[in-house]
Structure formats: C-alpha cells, structure tokens
Design a protein around this ligand. Structure first.
Ligand code: APR
Length: 230
C-alpha cells in the first residue's frame, strides 16, 4: 500500500457544530463586532481594552465545557493515527483547539491560537487561559494573525502543498487569502483536490471533487471511503 500525503485545510465550518460561530454568517460581523475594530493591529492600538475584551470573551467561550470536538475533528485525528503524522497535515485557519482536543498532532495554526499570547517586544509565545488585563500588562497581545499580518508557518505549508497527493478543504468560505489560494497550488502540484463544505465556496470551481453537507456527517464518511480504497 502506498500511503498518500494528505494536506487538509480547515476553516470555521468544521467547528460550527461544536458551538463556535463562523465568521461570515451575519453580515460580515463577528459576534456583532466590526472586523476592522477587533481584527486589525490598528484597531488594537486604537482601543486595546475593547479588543482584549473581545478575545477574552472568545477565550472564555472556547473553554466552556459544551464546546467539544465533533465527529469531523475526530475523523481527522483517526486518519492521522491510521496513516501516520508524516502523511497527514492539518493546516487550520481556526484559532480554537478542537483539532488538538480530538487527538490530531500534526497541525499548523496559520492564523494563530486563542489560548496563546505573544509578547510584543520579545516575540515570545506562551499558553494563556485567563483574561488579559491591559492595565496590568501592556506588552502581551493575543497570538492571533490579524488582517494585514502575515500568516504563520507559510514556508512549511507551501512545502507540504508541493508534495501533496490530496488537498482537502473543509468548512471554509474561500474569502481569505493566502488560504483561499492553496487549492491552486495543490492543483499545480498534481494533487487531487476536494472540497467538503456546507455549501459551495468561492473557490468551488477549482476543486476536482466537491461534497456538500454538515461537516460532522460528510467528513467521517469521506475519509472512511478514502482509507478503504487505499
Ligand atoms: N459544516 C461544514 N461547513 C460549514 C458548516 C458545517 N456545519 N457550517 C458552516 N459551514 C461553512 C460555511 O458554508 C462557510 O463556507 O463554513 C464556511 C465558513 O466560512 P467563514 O465564516 O468565512 O470562515 P473561514 O473560511 O474559516 O474564514 C477564514 O477569515 O475572518 C478570517 O481569520 C478569519 O480564519 C478566518 C478566515
């Protein structure tokens, strides 16, 4: 059996059934907030206390006991256990920790992580589970890639795309680059490209195979079939 190299891109849609909102559901507002206010460095400099309040709220919500991985997260962890971490890479745009909780190991958080903070002066990244109080500590910011900032670990991601046999995009609307362009690179590399989403994404036409429905249903089914074919 030849083990395929699989790169999986995930977006907010994979966590929707775990109780975390997607981004573009309500008129471009995130949880009722304007993106320019809470997801840009300029917004942070303008009103750091309000921005911390927003991420404190998201960090608390993520740690609510009702927020748990769903069948789609577990299916990806199971795939990695079966094929090995060298062959399965998750590149997630999500800042939640549901892939880790489900048991996946080989994960790149290209847009950062909600449960980490970064020291603005030293660049040091540390785990962080509590609220950030700006008045107590003005140097730490959420370890989140805001609009206008460069996503993380891009060299590793491009290298994986160049060597992928499969590129599978799950639960992402295809609105945000560079992630929205990964399918083109994978196509050029000769990978089979697959979209698993609730509805067609903006990049729909670039994928060889498309399956639409809730992630918790279509993702386990798709990978069960893929592994049984190998
Ligand atoms: N199952 C599968 N897909 C779903 C489900 C579900 N249960 N629910 C929603 N979706 C799909 C939607 O149809 C949509 O195409 O998930 C997608 C979510 O799209 P967005 O909200 O745009 O999220 P995402 O693509 O992850 O956003 C990318 O944008 O704002 C930035 O940094 C932020 O990482 C985020 C990036």
């Amino acid at each position: 059996m030849t083990i395929p190299k699989i790169v999986i891109l995930t977006g907010a849609g994979i966590s929707a059934e775990s109780g975390l909102s997607t981004f573009r559901a309500q008129n471009g507002l995130w949880e009722g907030h304007n993106v320019d206010d809470v997801a840009t460095y300029e917004g942070y400099k303008r009103d750091p206390i309000a921005v911390h309040r927003f991420y404190n709220m998201l960090r608390n919500k993520l740690q609510d006991s009702n927020v748990r991985p769903n069948a789609a997260h577990y299916a990806l962890a199971e795939l990695e256990r079966k094929l090995g971490s060298d062959n399965v890479l998750i590149v997630t745009q999500n800042v939640d920790n549901l892939h880790e909780k489900a048991g996946s190991k080989n994960i790149i958080h290209m847009h950062g992580e909600l449960l980490k903070v970064r020291n603005e002066q030293t660049g040091q990244v540390i785990d962080w589970y509590n609220d950030i109080d700006y008045n107590q500590n003005k140097l730490i910011r959420p370890h989140i890639v805001w609009f206008g900032e460069i996503p993380l670990q891009m060299d590793e991601i491009y290298d994986a795309l160049l060597h992928a046999d499969y590129f599978i995009s799950i639960g992402t609307s295809g609105n945000v680059y560079p992630a929205a362009g990964f399918v083109q690179i994978a196509n050029q590399s000769g990978a089979k490209t697959v979209e698993l989403n609730l509805e067609p994404s903006l990049g729909e036409n670039s994928f060889h195979t498309k399956i639409y429905g809730p992630a918790s249903q279509i993702v386990p089914k798709f990978f069960k079939q893929l592994v049984s074919e190998k």
